[in-house]
Design a protein around this ligand. Structure first.
Ligand SMILES: NC(=O)c1ccc[n+]([C@@H]2O[C@H](COP(=O)([O-])OP(=O)(O)OC[C@H]3O[C@@H](n4cnc5c(N)ncnc54)[C@H](O)[C@@H]3O)[C@@H](O)[C@H]2O)c1
Length: 431
């Protein structure tokens, strides 16, 4: 342990990050910025190539930063796992999606763990950052590493540290977002904390990897449940003929005991719609039904249907049907000012409208093309789209779209994000 701690202290530690995506690439850049050598490992050859050419494919990571660290020799990428035995610390940032049956799909974590186990040697630290259910590090990873005969906390070190990156957030990034860490043993926690302190401003230790896993799920379940609640409030306000946005804004004037959440067309992204289901799945194995999670998930998953019914009502006002109407979707990424389409409710809304016979177009300055069930749609020019469309539907409120112009040029606008706040027009229908 002392040898590893000395390497960490002197920054001669060799770190590898497995998974060069939205989480892994920004993390690798922070590690390199702290003066520590880092190797990015990914199975996708094109990502490896782009990194080594000094390019970035993640909007939050500047190409200049990648290029600077590659040129300085502090950062490079490979898709060869043999290199793992030469590393002192390995951080896993691979995806943890759901299977078709909505169960945790840990196949990519398992694959990374198996590759590490093949090359495990004494004095290595392994940290899992991928979001997962409580118990994964201890129940799934630890036994695979101990098969080699090494003892955790003595011969090698294992910890969990959830990633909290918020793509597109201009204030909080990997470095200045506090990082929770839980080790399998106190030695594991100490080694991992010492490493992270070089490139993360504040480390928050917890007593176990299981607690650290649960922290992430609490954070994301908190969001999912509160968004589910406010979405249901939007449905209730619709029946009561009350403007939900006005109600939320006024409620948020209370300086204590209330935290505003925004309703919308449904949940998107790689975290909030998925992570709580990791928790409810784990609880099912312990004969417990996570009722809040299930209910919130049900309400949130139903929002795209609600949006489509609203489009139907909007067109009805003009004696038109959804069938054969031209509908322009504005914004398809799951949240504003980013290009990430994963789990985006826009995809559900488009599919539901197409199923009802609508001719769907879209405009998104961040997403040039989307593929749905083998067909592809290309982002169209905003002015032309507004001219052609019978109805415009705002799904994502990108900062660089002029919503005044959208309202003026549209026949009718369904605004699911309050993007037209402050604009008065009989053409606007709000969620
Ligand atoms: N994106 C976010 O905002 C965010 C925020 C917090 C936590 N997380 C969590 O972080 C984890 C990673 O998410 P992400 O958004 O970075 O995913 P991503 O899809 O952007 O990146 C993952 C990368 O891992 C690579 N990969 C997959 N299997 C691999 C393997 N066996 N070996 C090496 N590389 C492999 C993929 O090619 C990809 O480049 C997930 O568990 C996610 O839930 C994501």
């Amino acid at each position: 342990m002392r040898e590893l701690l000395q390497k960490i202290e002197s920054k001669t530690v060799q770190v590898g990050v497995i998974g060069m995506g939205y989480v892994g690439l920004p993390l690798a850049i922070e590690i390199a910025s702290s003066g520590i050598k880092v190797l990015g490992i990914d199975v996708v050859e094109s990502k490896v190539k782009q990194i080594n050419e000094g390019r970035s494919y993640i909007p939050d990571v500047s190409p200049a930063a990648v290029s600077r660290h590659v040129q300085s020799g502090r950062f490079r990428a490979v898709n060869d796992f043999k290199i793992l035995s030469s590393l002192d610390a390995i951080i896993i940032c691979v995806p943890t999606p759901l299977s078709k049956t909505k169960d945790p799909d840990l196949s990519m974590v398992v694959s990374a763990v198996e590759r590490i186990a093949e090359h495990l040697r004494p004095n290595q630290l392994i940290v899992l950052e991928s979001t997962t259910y409580p118990g994964t590090t201890e129940e799934l990873m630890l036994p695979k590493f101990e098969e080699a005969g090494l003892k955790v906390g003595k011969d090698f070190f294992l910890a969990f540290s959830p990633e909290r990156v918020d793509p597109g957030n201009s204030v909080y990034n990997t470095r200045n977002t506090p990082k929770v860490i839980g080790g399998i043993t106190s030695n594991c926690l100490e080694v991992a904390s010492k490493l992270y302190q070089h490139f993360i401003e504040k480390v928050v230790p917890v007593s176990s990897s299981r607690a650290a896993e649960m922290v992430k799920l609490l954070e994301n379940t908190f969001r999912s449940v509160n968004i589910g609640l406010v979405n249901e409030v939007a449905l209730m306000c619709d029946r009561l003929r009350v403007d939900v946005w006005e109600v939320i804004e006024a409620a948020a004037s209370k300086p204590f005991g209330f935290m505003p959440f925004q309703p919308g067309p449904g949940l998107g992204g790689h975290c909030i719609p998925i992570d709580p289901l990791y928790l409810s799945w784990k609880l099912k194995t312990l004969n417990y039904r996570a009722r809040f999670i299930e209910l919130a998930s049900e309400i949130n998953a139903d929002m795209p249907h609600y949006v489509v019914n609203k489009v139907n009502d909007a067109l009805n006002e003009f004696s038109k049907s959804v069938k054969n109407s031209k509908i322009l979707i504005l914004g398809v990424s799951y949240k504003k000012d980013i290009d990430d389409l994963r789990e985006s409710p826009a995809l559900d809304v488009i599919q539901l409208l197409q199923n009802r016979g609508a001719k769907v177009m879209y405009h998104d300055p961040y997403v040039p093309e989307i593929r749905l069930d083998g067909t592809s749609l290309i982002s169209m020019n905003l002015d032309q789209g507004l001219r052609d469309a019978d109805c415009a539907v705002i799904i994502t409120n990108h900062s660089n779209i002029d919503y005044r112009k959208v309202v003026d040029a549209s026949k009718v606008v369904l605004d699911t994000r309050n993007a037209t706040k402050g604009i008065k027009s009989p053409r606007i229908i709000r969620l």
